[in-house]
Design a protein around this ligand. Structure first.
Ligand code: FAD
Ligand code: SF4
Ligand code: SF4
Length: 1014
């Protein structure tokens, strides 16, 4: 294998402009998609232009190496993985080529939602609307004939394609669309084939012996057209009989409706071919005007039965969409977005979203009224909880299914709603009948299933709730599929309506199409006689495919044995077992939401900056799962390419927040990094930066000298060479007296002894406020005292240790955690709240210490810890926060830190700022600042840190505000990096407004300058 990979590198690296990868990270990451399967590819190529794909296809034919085209890898059937070269179009070939009045020419790697953002400026859109639109690429949509809720009215991808540029096995690049049947060349080619009459026409012209690469595109095209024409005419009656006209069907090849009077519509044929006929390098798509008027409503039902009956009554009214959601999906919807809480009734068993188009608002609302009247007249019991007719309101309703389908994966427990029979479609008038049979089949196998249905087009997304493959009975998966598919075929439906056959359904295509399958095989031979284009998809002789390549999900027993097995994953470093860590990694279902870098998600800053699949949280989960469950995990984790991936994480926790399955990627990465550090040690810079607090004491003692030196360019260059701290980074000044050494902390009455008449709060200070901003600590204490609290500041507390934890130095992190827990456990048990002004500290105490120490004390401290913003907002909500604020007539620029978001308590500091009269808050949402604790301090990360924070840095340079405000000290450093205005912690503004520390007004005037922060 390695030899073959090396040969591929030698042969192809200089032959293509794009990149070829055979390293461990690429192989591991591209071995999965959003399906249940896993197959290691030989290599991964990121083509930059169609010429690269020609070279690959020619090489593939000459050397017998399969090619597997790939978009975003969000396919649910395993279509984008395989043993061969993965050709990932999403990285470079993702541009709009040209835009016409009603067409657009695109490269396959462009994401559907991004294309539509561009088209929207022209008043148009690409209509097929799958719920994964923000992730999926046009290539993937063409690959499977994707569709969505509006398929009943606008059809599927196939209905919106004019032509496709396709590279065939052998390397010929052809534009295939509506191909005339009149041309002379085709006539000649037809004659040649006619000469084979008598012999099995396609067997006789098998092309195994033909060297595909030697054909010109023109001869290949003529040859294709004539053969396809022959194939279609030979199989006309079989096609009519076995490929019925369904609103949704993407199983097998679409032979129906391809042959017209005088042309063949080859674009229609190619759509849905799952990369098995050729690789698409460009496509011309039809665009549509943005819908003029539409209305939508959400209807709630007490029984699923009533919802199905209602749907059937509504269909003759010609809705543009009618989607059905079951009880589980509705309850996920209630939790997904506060706006859904009031419109989804907790007791509802099913819901319908129904939409009507029209030429005026009056008309669409009338159609909605008519539909409700009809349902009432027929005795259907329902409640309409929301009616919408503006663009935003209608879109909000449609965001409900998009959100809940992703959230399905977040259901807790060992069983999950698995996608393997998730794509059946039936004639809409047989939907109710089929649903009854399907329920019986689930009962027979003693499983429950979730249901989401584009009912208007007969599409049913069932997901049986079962243990993930590898942890349960895999034969059950096949048995359920077999029973359901038998039934769906019996009612004239299809096993796949919009997700494709891939690995999960290919073995059943023969059952669905009977003798027509032979025609599919012949079509495959016409395009790909050597069977090198995405093998085992649609055409395969392997009856075991459905259950053959399931992902590895169980930890390999050998991994948990002993510490001598280093650098494998021997003893887990965090407080979990290998099983628990594997569970966390297995939660990633590959949905690809973490590839999305556009708001509202923040997702991974490294992906936003770089766009590489290998840096996505899904790649990271995959690597960790494979290292725990695979055979060669030690090698995997220590290989250079994987180390790059593991280093592309600074524990900001945004992925966990935005991931529908809430996969705990940050802890998985910490675990892997800790293993690495245990085996290889820390780099010098990581060691020094994570221990700044130890030499900060000395720096504070000689603060006058230290602060002068830190401003000096020459000294900073020297500092960079010796310590690795970026010479251009603006640094905060050291305070002369650290807060914890101040009189306020050291005096005797600073104790947590019970008996005080005032309620007591424990203040956890952390590094920055202690050494650089004691004024903040003082301000916070005064704000609390002003509100009637006694504040206890445990004098022997130390830094939270987040920076040590993040670099993987768990030994050091554990030592500081133990020290803090010793200081905090007692007051925590007394029931005192432990309040932090630094969001990272609150996060560390609540989420990291319990993982690090696994002790009861750590749990108690975690339960009692709260961030300062939430604490004060709670007081405000209970009417106990004093409101004697004086006006501050200033404009400030607000940034929400990642760690504040990760605390999942909203934006309390921002709400508090709004309590100050006169203040104007400009909310900057530019994602992560890229500073991430000590990450942005290191010279080796400096440029990347600035790139990640570029949006915010730019905003801070130009914004019309007196100061930037945020509660994270690290974010403040980045905000001031190139800015001419200061930054300030919001607590200081509260103290200023309360009139507790008038001198703080000066902080709004002190500017950052040179290498110093304000
Ligand atoms: C949460 C979730 C919701 C979903 N909702 C929907 C939905 O509502 N409707 C729907 O239709 N699908 C849905 N899907 C499935 C999936 O998003 C679609 O199948 C999508 O079209 C796949 O696009 P992709 O870019 O991820 O392609 P991939 O998964 O990378 O590939 C899909 C197939 O297309 C082929 N392919 C990719 N690029 C090319 C190319 N350039 N040339 C030739 N073949 C190519 C691949 O070989 C593969 O067979 C959903 C998936 C998830 C995870
Ligand atoms: S990490 Fe989460 S968002 Fe990313 S692919 Fe996995 S489940 Fe989806
Ligand atoms: S914790 Fe942050 S940096 Fe790490 S993978 Fe998640 S989003 Fe990316």
């Amino acid at each position: 294998m390695d030899e073959l990979r090396r040969r591929l590198t030698d042969d192809l690296t200089d032959a293509i402009e794009g990149e070829l990868r055979i390293d461990r990270a690429a192989i591991a990451v591209f071995s999965t998609d959003a399906s249940l399967y896993e197959i290691e590819p030989l290599a991964v190529v990121f083509p930059r232009q169609a010429k690269d794909v020609e070279v690959l296809a020619s090489y593939s034919a000459d050397n017998g190496i399969p090619l597997i085209p790939r978009g975003a890898g969000s396919g649910l059937a395993g279509g984008a993985i395989g043993r061969g070269i993965i050709v990932d179009f999403s990285r470079h070939m993702n541009q709009v080529v040209s835009i016409g009045s009603d067409r657009v020419r695109v490269q396959p790697g462009i994401v559907r939602e991004q294309l539509n953002q561009i088209l929207r400026e022209h008043g148009r859109y690409f209509a097929p609307d799958p719920s994964s639109s923000r992730v999926m690429t046009i290539g993937g949509m063409l690959g499977v004939d994707a569709a969505g809720s509006h398929a009943v009215r606008i059809g599927s991808t196939r209905d919106h394609v004019e032509s496709i540029e396709c590279v065939l096995s052998g390397g010929q690049r052809l534009e295939l669309g509506r191909e005339s049947l009149q041309s002379e060349t085709i006539a000649q080619a037809s004659l040649i084939h006619a000469a084979h009459e008598g012999a099995p026409s396609f067997e006789s012209v098998r092309m195994e012996t033909l060297r595909l690469s030697s054909q010109t595109p023109a001869t290949r095209k003529a040859d294709l057209i004539s053969r396809i024409r022959l194939l279609l005419s030979e199989n006309e009656s079989l096609i009519r009989q076995y490929q019925p006209a369904l609103l949704r069907n993407c199983s097998g090849y679409m032979l129906r409706g391809i042959q017209r009077t005088n042309y063949l519509d080859l674009a229609r044929l190619l759509v849905g071919s799952e990369g098995t006929l050729g690789l698409f390098t460009e496509a011309t798509l039809f665009t549509m005007p943005l819908p003029a008027h539409r209305s939508a409503a959400l209807l709630m039902f007490n029984t699923l039965d009533q919802a199905v009956q209602a749907m059937q009554l509504l269909l003759p009214l010609d809705p543009s969409a009618c989607d059905l959601l079951d009880r589980r999906l509705l309850s996920l919807g209630r939790g997904a977005d506060p706006r859904f809480r009031d419109i989804i009734l907790p007791e509802a068993e099913a819901g319908l979203i129904v939409e009507f188009p029209g030429s005026s608002e009056r008309e669409v609302l009338q159609r909605l009224d008519d539909s409700q009247r009809l349902l009432r007249d027929r005795g259907i019991e329902f409640q309409m909880t929301r009616q919408a007719s503006t663009f935003d309101d209608v879109e909000l309703l449609w965001s409900l299914p998009a959100q809940v389908v992703s959230l399905l994966a977040s259901l807790k427990g060992t069983s999950r709603p698995l996608p393997f029979v998730e794509d059946m479609a039936v004639p809409p008038d047989r939907l109710a009948e089929f649903m009854v049979s399907a329920q019986k089949i689930f009962q027979k196998h003693e499983v429950t299933a979730t249901l989401y249905s584009h009912a208007a087009s007969g599409q049913l997304h069932f997901r049986p709730i079962l243990p993930v493959p590898g942890r349960g009975d895999e034969t059950l998966i096949e048995a359920i599929a077999r029973d359901l598919y038998r039934q769906v075929i019996q009612v004239g439906g299809t096993i796949s309506g919009e997700h494709g056959d891939g690995l999960s359904r290919t073995a059943f295509i023969r059952t669905q199409y009977g003798p027509l399958y032979r025609a599919f095989q012949q079509l495959k031979e016409i395009f790909d006689p050597l069977r090198l284009m995405n093998p085992d998809k649609i055409i395969s002789n392997d009856p075991q495919l459905t259950v053959k390549h399931f992902r590895r999900t169980r930890p390999n027993a050998n991994h948990t044995e002993s510490a001598t097995a280093a650098p494998l994953l021997p003893v887990m470093q965090l407080g979990w077992s290998a099983d628990e860590a594997a569970d966390a990694a297995v939660r990633c279902n590959g949905c690809g939401t973490c590839r999305v870098v556009t708001p509202p998600e923040r997702m991974c800053p490294f992906v936003e900056n770089d766009g590489d699949e290998e840096l996505t949280p899904r790649a990271k989960a995959n690597l960790l799962r494979q290292s725990l469950c695979g055979d060669s995990h030690g090698e995997l984790l220590t290989s250079e390419s994987v180390t790059r991936v593991l280093n592309s994480c600074f524990n900001c926790k945004q992925c966990q927040l935005d991931c529908p399955s809430e996969v705990d990627i940050p802890h998985l990465i910490l675990e892997a990094r800790a293993q690495y550090v245990q085996a290889h040690g820390l780099s010098k810079t990581a060691w020094l930066l994570s221990r700044v607090h130890t030499y900060a004491r000395m720096a504070s003692r000689f603060s006058f000298v230290t602060n002068q030196l830190l401003k000096n360019t020459l000294f900073r260059r020297f500092f960079q060479r010796v310590l690795g701290i970026a010479a251009e980074r603006r640094l905060p000044r050291f305070a002369r007296t650290p807060f914890l050494a101040s009189l306020r902390v050291q005096r005797e009455d600073n104790n947590g002894l019970p008996g005080s008449s005032k309620p007591t709060v424990v203040y956890f200070v952390d590094y920055f406020a202690n050494h650089h901003d004691p004024e903040l600590a003082e301000a916070f204490v005064r704000v609390l005292e002003h509100n009637g609290y006694r504040v206890f500041i445990p004098p022997a507390q130390t830094v939270s240790g987040m920076s040590m934890l993040t670099v993987g130095d768990l030994v050091a992190a554990r030592a500081v955690a133990e020290q803090n827990i010793r200081e905090l456990a007692e007051p925590a048990r007394e029931g005192y709240p432990i309040v932090c002004t630094e969001p990272s500290a609150a996060l560390c105490l609540t989420q990291e210490y319990p993982m690090l120490l696994s002790s009861n004390d750590a749990e108690v401290v975690a339960q009692q810890t709260i961030d300062a913003g939430t604490f004060l907002m709670d007081l405000h909500r209970r009417g106990r926060l004093k409101k004697d604020f004086s006006p501050l007539t200033i404009r400030i620029a607000w940034h929400t830190p990642c760690h504040t978001k990760a605390l999942r308590r909203g934006q309390p500091m921002l709400e508090l700022l709004h309590l100050i009269p006169g203040i104007t808050v400009l909310n900057i949402e530019k994602g992560c600042t890229g500073m991430a604790g000590t990450f942005g301090l290191a010279a080796e990360n400096f440029v990347q840190s600035l790139k990640i924070g570029a949006g915010l840095i730019e905003e801070m340079k130009t914004i019309d505000a007196v100061a930037g405000v945020t509660d994270c000290s690290s974010c403040r450093m980045q905000m001031e990096q190139s800015s001419s205005i200061p930054t300030i912690h919001p607590i200081k503004l509260l103290a200023l407004s309360y009139g507790l520390m008038p001198r703080l007004a000066e902080r709004l005037k002190s500017k950052p300058a040179g290498l110093s922060m304000s």
